[in-house]
Design a protein around this ligand. Structure first.
Ligand SMILES: [Zn+2]
Length: 81
């Protein structure tokens, strides 16, 4: 039997794994942290996607209008020539 200094639990040492209770706690903590990070990433991704959509809208519409004007200009130029 071994005594864990961290959580105060007695445990059977199998190999060099150390305290299973602390390992489990660490695993759960890591999972919780990962979930938190994923959540933050999702929010960040959503914000980036929204911003990108706005930029595409702001750039896309003038570009579309510009393209139409360019086509009209070219048609007039060719007709005039
Ligand atoms: Zn422990």
């Amino acid at each position: 039997m071994k005594f864990c200094m961290k959580c105060g639990a007695f445990y059977e040492e199998k190999g060099a794994k150390g305290c299973p209770k602390c390992a489990e706690t660490a695993r759960l903590h890591a999972e919780a942290e990962e979930a938190e990070v994923n959540h933050v990433m999702d929010a960040e991704t959503a914000r980036c996607a929204r911003r990108r959509a706005w930029i595409e809208l702001c750039v896309g519409i003038p570009a579309f209008i510009g393209a139409i004007y360019l086509i009209i200009y070219l048609i007039r130029t060719f007709r005039g020539a």
